[in-house]
Design a protein around this ligand. Structure first.
Ligand code: ASP
Length: 311
């Protein structure tokens, strides 16, 4: 399968076969990601890292992925120190960075920014999160995590919890899971429902998700509990945020009676939605999930740069 030069903008630009291929390459990358094996696959290649919004895991795991494969990273750095502050458009910034690098990783606060960037770049653009839109590379590592932890995705009941309106990770994950035979339940405060266009998309694919405000009603049948942070920075006002802040909290009591092999995932950062006591339980996989960002992004960078044959 040849994914050379392919942009990663939205998860629905990928088929299940392509996603499975990416996960297969990612699996081979694990020992390299752990530093147990050397692979100088991307020597001489440059990844531009353009983050217009805060990021810890996505930015660092993309950089770690590039460094582990002996490539280098061109850091955009703080916005304050760039021409964005002088009013440069995203299109102009991208045109220039396109000449300085081989692959562009972009996080931006507006939905559609990555699609726009891909229009102006010849090099592949990897969407590292566009506002409340999509986070496709997170979704790939989420699928990888489910496979690693549970060995299969088909036949699972996935319960999404929290801010389903503004959380981009759940938008792309729900779309990806529509390619599998799964049951989905969306649990959120009524103000933070999954957007209608995502629910409609799932229905078109033959999946009718359950929507609820009650976690207790659904947690016992969950195979995967995907928890999200309430996206404070996306709310129109502090008062609207305060009505839903702290709406759900997973602690040891919440986990009474759940399936033995149920896993709890979270794209992180968490604020207060998962109590630290849960970290030590067999259900918590979110830190391993964060590590999985490295092999998955190694796979994506290698595939986008046409090096998969050498993996
Ligand atoms: N890190 C994830 C994102 O960038 C989730 C979050 O911020 O809550 O979308």
């Amino acid at each position: 399968m040849n994914l050379k030069g392919k942009d990663v903008i939205s998860i629905d630009d990928f088929s299940r076969k392509e996603l499975e291929h990416i996960l297969k390459v990612a699996k081979k990358m694990v020992p390299v990601a752990q530093g147990k094996k050397d692979l100088k696959l991307l020597q001489g290649r440059i990844m531009a890292s353009l983050f217009f919004e805060p990021s810890t895991r996505t930015r660092l795991s993309f950089s770690a992925a590039m460094n582990r494969l002996d490539g280098s990273v061109l850091e955009f750095g703080e916005l304050e120190k760039t021409s964005v502050k002088k009013g440069e458009t995203l299109a102009d910034t991208i045109r220039m960075v396109d000449g300085y690098s081989d692959v562009i990783v972009l996080r931006h606060n507006s939905e559609g920014a990555a699609r726009l960037a891909a229009k102006f770049a010849d090099k592949p653009v990897l969407n590292a999160g566009d506002g409340t839109g999509q986070h496709p590379t997170q979704t790939m590592l989420d699928l990888f995590t489910i496979m690693e932890e549970r060995k299969k995705i088909d036949g699972s009941h996935i319960v999404f919890l929290g801010d389903l309106k503004y959380g981009r990770t759940v938008h792309s994950l729900a779309q990806a899971l529509a390619m599998y035979d799964v049951e989905m339940t969306f649990i959120s405060p009524k103000e933070l429902h999954m957007p209608k266009h995502i629910v409609d998309y799932l229905k078109e694919k033959g999946i009718t998700p359950k929507e609820s405000q009650s976690l207790t009603k659904h947690i016992k049948s969950a195979d995967v509990l995907y928890v999200t942070r309430i996206q404070k920075e996306r709310f129109p006002s502090e008062s609207e945020y305060s009505t839903v802040a702290g709406a759900y909290r997973i602690d040891l009591d919440t986990l009474e009676g759940v399936k033995d092999d149920m896993i709890i995932m979270h794209p992180l950062p968490r604020v207060s939605e998962i109590h630290p006591d849960v970290d030590g339980t067999k259900h918590a996989v979110y830190f391993r999930q964060a590590f999985n960002g490295v092999p998955v992004r190694m796979a994506l960078l290698s595939l986008a740069l046409g090096k998969e044959g050498q993996v």
